[in-house]
Design a protein around this ligand. Structure first.
Ligand SMILES: Cc1cc2nc3c(=O)[nH]c(=O)nc-3n(C[C@H](O)[C@H](O)[C@H](O)COP(=O)(O)OP(=O)(O)OC[C@H]3O[C@@H](n4cnc5c(N)ncnc54)[C@H](O)[C@@H]3O)c2cc1C
Ligand code: FES
Ligand code: FES
Length: 1368
């Protein structure tokens, strides 16, 4: 939520109706449900009526269930709610988003959380397999994922592979890249249940090998034994817990007999009513028409949380069995308004069976729309009535209901009204429903036996769990001579409501469908129907129009194919949409076996994986509430650039529970307000001017989060607008830059850049590259708990930071207390990716100021939108490049001006653009290079570190000019790459020799493993045959320099204690954020000390154990901290040497320590390490920039649907050189995760700003689309380079840093899309060089095509007209 940005808006009148009281007088006021098998009874006095199920659970200490977004978009809060389903009359275990579920909705049900199904000592098989299979990195998403899998297994003991894959469509993970989770989950599926599946690297399960009918095979379903009723014993991987459906948490027998009673409870702010019969509901509505009906709450809870709507009287209708029935009638199917969507899916399938495929077309269409409707958790509670009553222009079901002429049955106490769906929507989010009426049911007519064709379509930014950009339901009835007798073309996303394409409909009536002119005429009419303006609200005018036309085009040909017409009249390729196969992938587990030592080099699972899978792992906001604690909510600027005229806080301080307000006046001195490394150019609190929307102005402190949110909203800030700059182009035009300016200038043999090259080279090509930023979208938002101590200003700061030391020093600054009294601690982060390297400090500085002022502990965990508005992103880049090249393809010179959008303050932008410049060569050798980097100063979020730190941007520029040059030269880009690829020991443009250079070798290996040349032929053949589907191929190499570019950061410390029992406690400077750092560090210590892995423990990262640490970043933390730990262990080993000699080499650590202790030997050691050799100097271009380069190559094949912009990645092969891996399981995990994150960066992830308000628009999972489970490459093969020597690598175990380097390889998907687009354009004679911006969203893919449909859809801006959104 963005307090201060949205005005509070009372939803219903608060006036009490006496008759409502009378109606509900006899209602019960006590909630009864089961929680993890235990009965819970809460009376009306103890229930907070405003609480969600998630808040309740976390409040009771069940913190395993996580808060990731509060909008149903990430699945971190997934729990299972088991109930006897009134629709199916069966027991159903529903995965549910606890963040949306009102507590009232669980009355009479069994709530199961991640803690309820297992623990570290006795995990559930789902927990164990995800943990051991590396399916959990930071672990913040994991409880939700475990619960989605658990729900699936409880409902279907033998799920198919598809069911397993689809079970996660409501869950997101930002770390793993999903493959290991899918592998673990598929071990429960029918096909893979023996665990020998090829996907898991096995020789093939009996199902795969065609032995489905084998009596003892995986396909033998549930029964065995003579009478066929005994459950079969499933095959479980050795060492793993068997999954036995019979021994699961039972549905409490008491609940089977539980009689649902009507309920009424609440306080003067909010009252809940839970009628259990339709009559009771209608009585309530009659007595109090403005009472708010709540079905699945998937719409209303979002309004409460993010729009501050107050529904003072809420009526939960989910337990009214009458609203959840369905009936097959002769000519229609009648469904209750609040049948949940999951049940509707099943009902539709039954209806198709019942009425047959022809008459059942409406149900097939509804089923299709529901398949891509939200995620399972939403579909388990969301309802058609909720979809209809919301009347959103992009509701997915509405077009189908309108096009099928569905009749809506509205009921009030004394009346039943039939409303044809075509008359239901009256305007933007308004309907024809009377205030006292409810949607009781829908009568969906079956289709005619003959001549009627109905189809539904949807296109979204992401296939799964995304709202539509445009959707449609198109229906036509043809008479015997194929003339149109009736027609409905209903669209969503084209106007403020679901609307019919009137012109097209009227044109079509009476037309002969088989006449080609009919198609043309309808397309013309559709153009008139949807004459969108360039600046249309929601943006994407051309794309939306092209979708409206494209859907009809597809529909027309799909319809035609059902008629007896000549095959040549049908555009076959326009039919059908992209469907994906079950995800699979292989890893080369043998690659690292040669380097295995006793502990190092082994694929040990993440040390905290089981804790994460069982919900025991503690994150910042899981720290129990401190005595007297306050909750803080920031007051944020609503303006992009403005003078602050006044801040009124009185109204806020007057609210119940609000305790205090802090701002810049509460700091010890004005200087204390300034922070930011290395430039210290931003303030914790705005003083008299704001420079970006989302900039903190102050913080409201209250007794609870809700009260603090209300308080923050009540703070009124008066502004005077000032001009604002958003984009890099605007900044260039206005010369709005930060001072930082860097360049690299070098010519042949380290001489000066040879300007003659421009004349002498055969060709000079130039271009502009533009690449968007990226939101970190770590699943755990920024969080902080500050605990002031009674003495000397001491303070403990627990925060989700990658940078405990900088947190400590700024808390010291804002409190005016010396650093030695401030302890900054981090147990683990729920993901960081660079977003918590510096930006976390803003929140801890503000919380510490508040704690100092109030002398009370202060907690704040940012809401997802606050996090996205305040914490910055990856830098968008723009580069103007010029390259000289000879006709043989040999590159001669590179000249480039590179700009990064830094946002309103510098943060780490200087180092980011520096890294961009150092990676702008990609993997290619230029004799002459002159590149310059500048930072655009704009009024947007302050952009910051993000995995890769400018490297991916630099390499994206490189691969883009390579692609464009190849196109200019008419040469395959693969060849251009090979011609120019660095050879071993050649120097880069910053004069660093490429030692242990394996990119050329891996390039060849990947070409081979991918069968690239054969694939190229196949792709060409495919493209020649297909008009609307094109395939593309690409292979992309990467080299990523490892080291902080700021020399002083390349150091680390460690503290190792040996205890009497032989156990070892390690502390080091790095933070654990899912990347497996603690796992690797534990292994290093265990190996070095000669103890079992289980005897080494890392508890936390804290500034009072290891001081002056560098942030955990730059992929260097294993190298730095690993050596520091090793150094400490060496010291201890030295001290223990006499005892080893005395007690023998087999003596246990316990014996050694014991003996040493009594000899008064120091059993604690402090280790230290600094990276040797490095020390680059910008300008003179001297010194070594990086310690070494991590390298890799990836090749991908993709397919695009050029009619819609939809796409899928068919396969990717990745090869990485990570040296001698410390832990291959962790390294593979990093590669998978980074690749998928990179794929998101270059495809679906697009940040947009709202032009009118200057605020970030994409500030939650609803609008910002990271890849989901079914966006990953369908086949994902990964291997590590083997059989080579790393002669120059001097890291621990000779391993290479792996966190950031694989990310850029995700761009291979982008370049494969570009390749497919080239084919699509060529088909229409367009051979010019395509300049494709990143990300390649479906919109960008579609509008890069050059077919006649996109041409007629083109919307040009009118004079002075601007787009609705801005890409910065
Ligand atoms: C993460 C997420 C993803 C989503 N994805 C999609 C998507 O892909 N496509 C899509 O179309 N929508 C989507 N939605 C929107 C939402 O889930 C749907 O609109 C859903 O159908 C709402 O149903 P509900 O029962 O949860 O509604 P609620 O939130 O309970 O209610 C919504 C409105 O309907 C009214 N209402 C409910 N029942 C009745 C009744 N019987 N009579 C009268 N009024 C009633 C309520 O008063 C309220 O005004 C998504 C929402 C979320 C949070
Ligand atoms: S927290 Fe509930 S779905 Fe994200
Ligand atoms: S492990 Fe999934 S978000 Fe980190």
């Amino acid at each position: 939520m963005a307090p201060g940005i949205i005005e509070p808006e009372p939803a219903v009148s608060t006036e009490r109706s006496r008759s409502l009281q009378m109606v509900t007088e006899p209602y019960d006021d006590t909630l009864r449900f089961y929680l993890n098998g235990t009965k819970v009874v809460i009376d009306s006095v103890s229930i907070d009526p405003e609480i969600t199920l998630l808040e309740y659970l976390r409040g009771t200490g069940l913190t395993g269930t996580k808060l990731g977004c509060a909008e149903g978009g990430c699945g971190a809060c997934t729990v299972v709610v088991s109930q006897l389903n009134p629709t199916t009359k069966k027991l159903y275990h529903a995965s549910v988003n606890a963040c949306l579920a009102p507590l009232v909705s669980v009355d009479g049900k069994h709530v199961i959380t991640v803690e309820g199904i297992g623990n570290v000592k006795n995990p559930h098989p789902a927990q164990e397999r995800i943990a051991m299979g590396s399916g959990s990195q930071c672990g913040f998403c994991t409880p939700g994922i475990v619960m989605s899998l658990y729900a699936l297994l409880r409902n279907d003991t033998d799920p198919s592979e598809l069911e397993v894959e689809e079970a996660f469509d409501g869950n997101l993970c930002r770390c793993t890249g999903y493959r290991p989770i899918l592998d673990a989950a598929q071990s429960f599926s029918m096909k893979n249940s023996c665990g020998k599946a090829k996907a898991n690297g096995g020789g093939g399960c009996c199902m795969e090998n065609g032995n489905r009918g084998d009596k003892n095979g995986c396909g033998s379903k549930r029964t065995d034994g003579a009478n066929g009723d005994q459950p079969i014993k499933r095959f479980t991987l050795p060492g793993f817990i068997e999954y036995n459906p019979e021994t699961q948490l039972i549905f409490p027998p008491a609940l089977r007999k539980h009689q649902l009673k009507p309920l009424a409870f609440g306080n003067k702010r909010k009252r809940w009513y839970r009628p259990v019969t339709l009559k009771q509901l209608l009585e309530i509505k009659s007595a109090y028409p403005s009472a708010k009906i709540i079905g699945g709450s998937t719409e209303t809870q979002i309004e409460i949380k993010f729009k501050a709507m107050q529904y003072t009287a809420s009526v939960y209708v989910g337990d009214i069995a009458e609203l959840r029935q369905y009936k097959f009638n002769d000519d229609h199917l009648e469904i209750g308004g609040n049948v949940v969507l999951t049940d509707l899916e099943e009902i539709c399938l039954k209806a198709v069976e019942h009425y047959g495929p022809v008459k059942g077309q409406p149900f097939k269409a509804i089923h299709k729309q529901i398949r891509y409707f939200a995620g399972r958790q939403i579909r388990n509670v969301g309802t058609p009535a909720g979809n209809l009553a919301t009347a959103s222009p992009i509701s997915d079901l509405n077009p189908v209901f309108v096009a099928t002429n569905t009749m809506l049955i509205a009921k009030s106490l004394d009346k039943e009204t039939k409303i044809p769906m075509s008359q239901f929507f009256k305007g933007y989010r308004t309907t024809a429903l009377a205030p006292d009426a409810i949607i009781a049911s829908l009568r969906i007519p079956v289709a005619s036996e003959k001549g009627e064709y109905l189809r539904a379509y949807k296109q979204a930014k992401r296939k799964d769990d995304d709202i539509a950009i445009v959707n449609a339901a198109l229906r036509v009835s043809l008479n015997d001579d194929n003339r149109v007798s009736s027609v409905d073309l209903v669209y969503g996303g084209m106007a403020a409501t679901t609307i019919a394409a009137k012109e097209a409909v009227s044109y079509l009536k009476g037309k002969k469908w088989t006449d080609p002119a009919t198609l043309e005429g309808t397309m013309n009419a559709l153009e008139r129907d949807f004459d969108l303006r360039f600046g249309v609200p929601g943006g994407m005018a051309t794309y939306r129009k092209s979708l409206a036309l494209g859907f009809f085009y597809r529909y027309y040909h799909e319809g035609l194919s059902e008629l007896s017409v000549k095959a040549s009249d049908i555009d076959q390729d326009a039919r059908g949409e992209i469907e994906r196969e079950i995800s699979t992938g292989k890893k080369d587990h043998e690659a690292t076996q040669a380097y295995e030592q006793r502990i190092l080099g082994k694929p040990n699972p993440h040390v905290a994986a089981l804790k994460q899978c069982t919900g025991e792992a503690q994150y910042t906001d899981d720290i129990p509430v401190q005595k007297n604690e306050l909750y803080g909510v920031m007051v944020l600027s609503t303006k992009a650039h403005a003078k602050i005229l006044d801040v009124e806080i009185e109204a806020a301080l007057d609210l119940p529970g609000v305790v205090e307000y802090v701002d810049c006046h509460d700091l010890p001195n004005p200087e204390a307000n300034w922070w930011g490394a290395p430039n210290c150019d931003e303030t914790f609190f705005a003083v008299d001017e704001v420079f970006t929307a989302g900039q903190p102005i102050g913080m409201i402190l209250a007794d609870s989060a809700k009260q603090a949110e209300a308080g923050a909203r009540a703070v009124k800030v008066q502004y005077k607008d000032l001009p604002a700059i958003f984009t890099i182009e605007e900044a260039i035009a206005k010369e709005s830059y930060f001072e930082h300016y860097r360049y690299i200038n070098i010519g042949q043999d380290e001489g000066a850049f040879d300007e003659n090259v421009w004349e002498e080279a055969d060709h000079v090509f130039s271009g502009v590259v533009r690449m968007g930023g990226q939101e970190h979208f770590y699943l755990e938002t920024q969080a902080c708990v500050v605990v002031p101590k009674p003495e000397d200003g001491e303070m403990e700061v627990y925060s989700s930071t990658q940078n405990p030391t900088e947190t400590q020093s700024y808390v010291s600054q804002v409190t005016g207390v010396q650093a030695n009294k401030i302890v900054s601690k981090v147990k683990r982060l729920g993901g960081g990716f660079g977003g918590k390297e510096t930006r976390s400090i803003q929140l801890s500085g503000i919380c510490a100021t508040a704690a100092k002022k109030t002398k009370r502990p202060v907690r704040c965990m940012l809401n997802r939108d606050e996090d996205m508005m305040t914490s910055g992103q990856r830098h968008p880049f723009l580069a103007r490049w010029k390259v000289a090249v000879n006709k043989d393809g040999k590159l001669q010179a590179l000249d480039a001006d590179v700009f990064a959008n830094a946002g309103w303050s510098q943060d780490l932008s200087g180092a980011v653009i520096d890294r961009g410049l150092s990676h702008i060569d990609g993997c290619y050798r230029f004799p002459n290079v002159h590149v310059r980097g500048r930072l655009a100063k704009t009024n947007t979020v302050s952009n910051t570190a993000f995995r890769g730190f400018g490297g991916p941007q630099g390499m994206f520029i490189a691969e883009t000019y390579m692609e464009e040059i190849a196109d200019h030269l008419g040469m395959p880009v693969e060849k251009l790459r090979e011609i120019n690829m660095y050879k071993p020991n050649e120097p880069t443009h910053f004069k660093q020799e490429l030692k242990d250079w394996h990119v050329p070798l891996m390039y060849q290996q990947v070409l081979q493993s991918m069968d690239y040349n054969k694939r190229r032929e196949a792709v060409e053949a495919y493209n020649a045959e297909h008009k609307w589907k094109k395939r593309g191929l690409a292979i992309i190499p990467t080299k990523f320099g490892i080291s902080f570019t700021a020399l002083f950061l390349n150091q680390a410390g460690a503290l190792v204690h040996l205890y009497h029992d032989g156990s070892v406690l390690v502390a080091h400077g790095g933070t654990e954020m899912g990347q497996g750092l603690h796992t690797k560090m534990t292994m290093i210590a265990a190996q070095a000390l000669g103890v079992p892995l289980s005897d080494v423990f890392i508890s936390e990262t804290a500034t009072n154990t290891v001081a002056n640490t560098s942030s955990t970043a730059a992929s260097a933390s294993s190298d730095l901290n690993g050596y520091a730990i090793f150094n400490a262990c060496e010291q201890l080993n030295e001290r223990l040497k006499p005892y080893r000699e005395k007690l023998g080499k087999d003596a246990k650590m316990k014996e050694l320590v014991h003996a040493a202790y009594f000899d008064r030997v120091n059993l604690s050691a402090n280790g230290f390490y600094k990276t040797p050799d490095i020390g680059y100097v910008w300008g003179p271009n001297t010194g070594q920039m990086f310690y070494y380069f991590t390298q890799g190559v990836a090749a991908a094949e993709i397919e695009i649907d050029t009619l819609t912009g939809d796409w899928t990645c068919l396969r990717v092969d990745i090869k990485m050189d990570v040296g001698r891996s410390i832990n291959p399981a962790i390294d593979y995990g990093q590669i998978e995760g980074a690749f998928v994150q990179g794929q998101g960066l270059f495809t679906t992830e697009e940040s947009l700003w709202h032009r009118a308000s200057g605020q970030l628009f994409t500030k939650g999972p609803g609008t910002y689309k990271i890849p989901g489970f079914r966006d990953i490459p369908q086949v994902m093969n990964i291997s590590l380079l083997k059989d080579v020597e790393w002669e120059n690598l001097r890291t621990i175990q000779r391993s290479r840093g792996v966190g950031e380097p694989p990310l850029f390889m995700g761009s291979v998907v982008f370049f494969a899309i570009r390749d497919a687009l080239k084919a699509a354009r060529k088909q229409y004679g367009v051979n010019d060089v395509l300049s494709l911006q990143s990300p390649a969203t479906p919109e960008r893919i579609r509008i890069s095509c050059t077919d006649p449909i996109i041409k007629r859809a083109l919307v040009e801006p009118r004079e002075g007209e601007k787009s609705f959104f801005i890409s910065i």
